[in-house]
Ligand binder design. Structure first.
Ligand code: UDX
Length: 441
């Protein structure tokens, strides 16, 4: 299938590379000349494990190319994937400006029947809106509208694309659905489930899935808060809950609240969609409120570990990205935590294996260090904020010597309380008590 992917952000680039690897001929288009030039030279603008190899393989095998020429890409394609940004507006709703612009461009340049597929996460009704925009141009060519949401996790996006749990296709006609199966032919033959439905249901599936996962995380974060009050251990509670197959063990890791490019944006968009349809989606509204409160609770934890005296103290922070294996700082819980500590007069020393360049665009008044040990040097407290693997097996003897006070606040529950106590640290984590008794029994 000849395919155009419009927008070479995170989703567009992974989609373009993945679809070309499935054997399709893919042109990725972007208005950003610098980005396209870089991609033509094999430079990938984001950090995503395996993406560079996948891009270079498919470019060299002639199935993937990059251009700024939108008209050429539209004319050459049978299927056009829209993967432009849908940033949140101040009221939480998705800004569809770029999607609308692309719909107009498709109508202006189309030279035959086209499948027009939304990959970007768009509010329910956007497929219909795109159809109307294209129809309003009176091109004389048929545009079949499809919604095909992505469920890619940063850090494992390639695997998620190549071996998804399901492929969701919301199509306006049977013919469009069949063509989409052709696009994803290798997945079809791997017997990955295909959910074929109408455009509106498909658009809602994406929000429902992300809203539910965000709710699950928020639920365990509330349980963690309760654990601290009653002397329970959230890790064990999560295992005990998650073994019920109706619940499942995933997304029950308590921490500093969810961040990233999807959950915060999609949960607030879902609440906004409900409001616009005159429905008060109370759970989603609560998830948004609680997630903000979780981040602030992490500040309280750090303040308490400093015995309430933050002014003039130095806090070392390991990890800045919203999760490991990504350089993404979007809505990272570390942002309000750092701001909260700075407001109380703390100085921050930080290190992240990938996200420091992006962090520098947000903070120019924190000290960026070259590794965990340099970060700890002379600090009054160490905060583990993102669970990168390299922080799992630190030399704690070195860390203890580097710190002014042997105190660790572990926002990701990576370390064992009893072990940290044994190493001489004052240790605080999320929703866990020191379970030394249980382990030595
Ligand atoms: C998410 C969805 O998983 C993906 O399907 C969708 O397409 C895009 O949004 P992503 O944002 O890359 O992917 O990260 P994910 O691994 O889902 O984590 C999101 C946030 O939740 C992170 O801040 C993470 O630290 C947090 N999280 C996740 C928890 O706090 N606890 C958990 O148990 C799981």
């Amino acid at each position: 299938m000849d395919i155009a992917v419009i927008g070479t952000g995170y989703v567009g680039l992974v989609t373009g590379a993945g679809l070309s690897d499935f054997g399709n001929d893919v042109i990725c288009v972007d208005v950003d000349v610098k980005k396209i030039e870089a991609l033509k030279n094999g430079i990938i603008p984001i950090y995503e494990p395996g993406l560079d190899t996948l891009v270079s393989k498919n470019v060299s095998e002639g199935r993937l190319r990059f251009t700024t020429d939108l008209s050429e890409a539209i004319r050459a394609a049978r299927a056009i994937f829209i993967a432009v940004g849908t940033p949140p507006k101040p009221d939480g709703s998705a800004d569809l400006r770029y999607v609308e612009e692309v719909a107009h461009s498709i109508a202006q340049h189309m030279n035959g029947p086209k499948l027009v597929i939304t990959k970007s996460t768009v509010p329910i009704g956007t497929g219909h809106m795109i159809e109307q925009i294209i129809e309003s141009h009176g091109t004389g060519h048929k545009a079949s509208i499809v919604s095909n949401p992505e469920f890619l996790r940063e850090g494992s996006a390639i695997e998620d694309f190549m071996r998804p749990d399901r492929v969701v296709i919301g199509a306006s006609s049977d013919e469009a659905a069949e063509l989409m199966k052709e696009v994803y032919a290798p997945l079809h033959s791997l017997e990955i489930p295909f959910v074929v439905t109408n455009v509106e249901s498909s658009e809602l599936i994406k929000y429902a899935a992300n809203g539910f996962l965000a709710t699950k995380i928020t639920f365990i974060n509330e349980i963690a808060a309760l654990c601290e009050k009653v002397g329970a251990n959230v890790h064990d509670v999560a295992i005990g809950m998650g073994l019920d197959t109706r619940i499942g063990p995933k997304f029950l890791q308590a921490g500093p609240g969810f961040g990233g490019s999807c959950f915060p944006k999609d949960t607030s968009a879902l609440a906004d969609i409900a409001r616009r349809h005159d429905y008060d989606f109370q759970i989603m509204e609560a998830v948004l409120r609680v997630n903000d409160a979780v981040k602030l609770r992490m500040i309280d934890k750090i303040v308490a570990a400093l015995d309430g005296e933050v002014e003039g103290k130095t806090v070392a922070m390991l990890g800045l990205a919203f999760k490991p294996e990504t350089d993404d700082m979007r809505d990272s819980p570390t942002i309000p935590i750092i701001q909260g500590l700075q407001k109380r007069g703390a100085t921050l020393r930080v290190y992240d294996p990938q996200a420091m360049d992006n962090a520098k665009k947000i903070f120019n008044d924190i000290v960026y260090c070259e590794d965990a040990y340099a970060t700890a040097d002379g600090a009054d407290l160490l905060v583990l904020a993102t669970e990168w693997n390299e922080f799992r097996a630190l030399n704690f003897e070195r860390i203890r010597k580097a710190l002014r006070q042997p105190s660790i606040v572990d926002l990701r529950n990576v370390y064992e309380p009893f072990r940290m106590a044994g190493l001489g640290f004052k240790y605080t984590s999320v929703g866990r008590v020191d379970d030394r008794r249980k382990r030595t029994r």
